[in-house]
Design a protein around this ligand. Structure first.
Ligand SMILES: [Zn+2]
Length: 501
């Protein structure tokens, strides 16, 4: 009797321990869902026997969830089409239940988890929430079963545009690493990837009409050491993406509900292109793919029709490749010192009848001519993507840029305020809050060296993208936010990941 009691007691303890040790999901995740309501009762138990049932069109979503579970627990879940099952995990579309795109609801009961979305993207974000809630297993002894407390989670985005930027020009980033970056974005419900593909220090996208751009322009013969001193290394640095590789990347991003916005930065930040085609600069060169950081005085010659057609031809190939509704044409940091002295640029100013005024110089207005001309190229190619528009950095407000251009407000939020008041759509990406190439702590000695600044995660979180200076009507022009990672001082992808995380 005593023995039996002991065995029973031991069994009870064992059961209790086993129960206690079962890992439990936690819905405190980033970004925090709008509503999380927990219910009492027995939790849902996730195990290798759990099946994911998906409605038609959500097969890829089901595979993603299975892969994520495999990453965490070491077992994949079986996926099959939904036929009214009352157990397992169900993925379904239910647009009538939501007021806006990309919204989702997760319902967890003891027998079943249902993720329903306004669209496939909504289901995908529900999957990300579920995935982030699962208990991370670091030991080799992965438990087979984990518990998900019952309840309901609802979420929807504040902004349609949720962007992350990456600069593979200052330091080249291979495609596998870019894919990891896209995975990091997907995990955080980000849906716009701003891919900065041309710079003074390297041209990164294959353009069939101008092969020299990548044969010559994709490589520099050394890099300045430290913070733009006078010492250089002699290591050849570079790389580029072929159009086939980019097509593969576009597909990879699309599966994760991410649009890729290509940027060709013009008419400044063009020195790598000028190294290939010196006649397109005002002085005729010679130019090198730049080995320094900063802002080069050498820009595209706006008075040279060949240079303008070059930019148009490049954009046309970019437009053919990327299905994005937005094409970024840069427009930032374009010094006017060459244009002021260039006979061709001055002749163009005369021909166009451009005059300076109290606010802007005639060269500023010449840049507006370039930006508006490129915007027309993009807008004219709307056959594949209706309503396709350009994005430019906030400098393009200096002059008379067309109202159809979307303004990326980076030097602060002031450019965004001015742009919204003028009727432009705006993406807020102020360096004060959203430049992730800045230091993350004040303990600089123990941080990897970076460009400078100080941007703790609290400041990122406290950013309010809708300025109170704007009327509610004007605030509607703020279509979203974006964080940027420039790589002058980020030579390795581990450092990119550190800065993004
Ligand atoms: Zn010129």
């Amino acid at each position: 009797m005593k023995k039996i009691s002991f065995a029973l007691f031991a069994a009870l303890i064992l059961t209790a321990c086993t129960k206690q040790q079962l890992p439990v999901a936690n819905y405190d995740i980033i970004p925090q869902p709008k509503e999380v309501r927990l219910d009492d009762g027995k939790p849902f138990e996730l195990s290798p026997k759990t099946i994911i049932h998906y409605e038609a069109n959500l097969q890829r979503e089901a595979q993603f969830l299975s892969e994520y579970v495999n990453d965490i627990f070491g077992y994949a879940l079986k996926t099959q089409e939904y036929q009214g099952q009352t157990d397992g995990i169900v993925l379904k579309l239910s647009p009538a239940d939501f007021n806006q795109a990309e919204a989702y609801e997760i319902n967890i009961t003891p027998k079943q988890i249902t993720i329903k979305g306004a669209d496939a993207a909504g289901v995908f974000y529900g999957i990300q929430t579920l995935r982030k809630s699962l208990p991370i297993q670091t030991s080799n002894l992965k438990p087979q079963t984990s518990q998900l407390p019952c309840g309901t989670i609802r979420d929807w985005p504040n902004f349609a545009y949720r962007g992350m930027h990456l600069d593979p020009c200052r330091h080249f980033i291979d495609l596998d690493s870019v894919k990891i970056y896209l995975d990091m974005m997907a995990m955080h419900n980000m849906n716009q990837f701003h891919f900065h593909l041309s710079e003074d220090q390297g041209w990164r996208i294959e353009i069939k009409k101008y092969p020299e751009l990548t044969e010559i322009g994709a490589y520099r013969n050394g890099t300045v050491i430290g913070h733009n001193g006078n010492l250089y290394d002699t290591i050849r640095h570079g790389g580029f993406y072929t159009q086939d590789e980019l097509r593969d990347l576009i597909q990879y991003a699309a599966e994760r509900h991410i649009n890729i916005i290509p940027e060709i930065d013009l008419p400044g930040h063009m020195q790598a292109a000028l190294a290939c085609y010196p006649n397109m600069g005002c002085t005729g060169g010679p130019y090198e793919v730049w080995r320094r950081w900063g802002v080069s005085d050498d820009v595209l010659c706006a008075g040279n029709e060949e240079a303008m057609q070059f930019a148009e031809n490049v954009l046309n190939e970019v437009i053919d490749l990327f299905p994005s509704p937005y094409i970024h044409i840069g427009g930032d940091e374009c010094p006017k010192v060459r244009w002021e002295k260039c006979p061709k640029c001055q002749a163009k100013i005369k021909e166009l009848g451009i005059k300076g005024d109290g606010r802007f110089s005639k060269e500023d207005y010449l840049q507006s001519y370039v930006m508006n001309r490129m915007a027309k190229v993009v807008e004219a190619r709307g056959r594949r993507v209706i309503g396709r528009r350009v994005i430019g950095w906030d400098e393009i407000l200096e002059g008379n840029v067309s109202e159809t251009a979307i303004i990326m407000s980076w030097r602060g939020i002031e450019g965004g305020i001015e742009a919204a008041q003028k009727g432009h759509d705006v993406i807020m990406t102020p360096l004060s809050h959203l430049y992730f190439d800045y230091y993350q702590s004040e303990d600089i000695a123990n941080e990897p060296a970076c460009i400078g600044g100080y941007l703790p995660v609290e400041r990122v979180y406290e950013f309010q993208p809708l300025p109170s200076e704007l009327t509610p009507e004007e605030q509607k022009h703020i279509i979203g936010v974006q964080a940027n990672i420039w790589t002058e001082y980020i030579a390795h992808f581990w450092h990119v990941q550190y800065m993004a995380a």
